[in-house]
Design a protein around this ligand. Structure first.
Ligand SMILES: C[S@@+](CC[C@H](N)C(=O)[O-])C[C@H]1O[C@@H](n2cnc3c(N)ncnc32)[C@H](O)[C@@H]1O
Length: 274
């Protein structure tokens, strides 16, 4: 395993190129959602890489703006839900620009360690700058890798977390199963992910915000309307909390529960490896 200073070269998936609305798809081939488009499953990781390459530079700024700063609170609550103890070993899957890793690193103290794993080097590098600035480089190790095939032995982590990442996987069940595999018995999982508002009036407002204001803000402030149209689309395609919770149980997590935040627009899922 190598760190991002000397990152493991992952095989680069095919670059979808263009606007990728009409990918080459063989008969009977597995397909999946990328926003509102159906794409061949084997190509989704390429679209996701391209998406995050295009927004890595503005990711934190846009997150804070578009969530009106709420994502910090959601992330703090998620790490609190892990009940980390000093000295524990934690993995931050799809860790991106390291917000959850930074919170976890403080919670596990100088004897603890956090492994941030993300497939996208640009996102990792943005996070690495924040980690160094916080003088937490000794506690947080960044590695480049695929959440659907984690290169860690089974049973070594005390806790696993994934923030706004599971929605991007081609097979989210594989991502969850991998986290289950690398957790020790009794190890805790937290997944923070977007969902949709519970109340009808808020959903109307949220739809307007999502499909009008978000892409506009993306265009004006990040020069990338497409990326900020993809975001609300991918949220609409993500299963509702009860289905995600059912999947976690199917995979074998126990004590599965979820907590809706801000009228349901973000959800914290928790589970334990038996
Ligand atoms: C929306 S960002 C979330 C970043 C961070 N966890 C946060 O909460 O701000 C999603 C991250 O998932 C990563 N990602 C997407 N697919 C992945 C995969 N198959 N394996 C690992 N990381 C992946 C992306 O590169 C991106 O950094």
């Amino acid at each position: 395993m190598r760190t991002v200073n000397d990152p493991l070269k992952i095989s680069t998936p095919p670059d979808p190129g263009g606007d990728a609305t009409c990918p080459g798809q063989g008969p009977g081939e597995e397909t999946t959602d990328f926003g509102f488009r159906r794409v061949p499953a084997r190509e989704k990781v390429g679209y996701v890489l391209k998406h995050f390459n295009s927004i890595a530079g503005k990711y934190d700024f846009m997150n804070t703006l578009l969530s009106l700063g709420l994502h910090y609170r959601w992330k703090r609550l998620s790490v609190d839900a892990l009940r980390l103890k000093a000295g524990e070993l934690v993995i931050d899957v799809c860790g991106g620009t390291a917000d959850l890793s930074l919170l976890a690193a403080r919670a596990v103290g100088p004897e603890g360690r956090v492994i941030l794993c993300d497939i996208n080097r640009a996102m990792i590098e943005k996070g690495r700058t924040k980690v160094e600035r916080a003088s937490l480089g000794g506690r947080i190790l960044s590695v480049q890798g695929d959440a659907e095939s984690l290169s860690f032995p089974m049973g070594i982590f005390d806790a696993a977390m994934v923030g706004f990442g599971i929605r991007n996987l081609t097979h989210m069940e594989r991502g969850f199963a991998e986290m289950q595999r690398i957790l020790r018995p009794g190890g805790r999982l937290v997944c923070l992910e977007f969902s949709l508002p519970v109340s009808a009036w808020f959903r109307l407002l949220y739809d307007f915000y999502s499909f009008r204001l978000m892409p506009l803000a993306g265009k004006v402030l990040a020069g990338n309307r497409e990326a900020y149209l993809h975001l609300p689309e991918s949220i609409r395609k993500f299963p509702p909390p009860e289905r995600v919770a059912a999947l976690l149980k199917e995979i074998g997590f126990s004590a599965v529960s979820y907590r809706m935040l801000t009228n349901g627009i973000a959800v914290i899922y928790t589970g334990v490896k038996p």
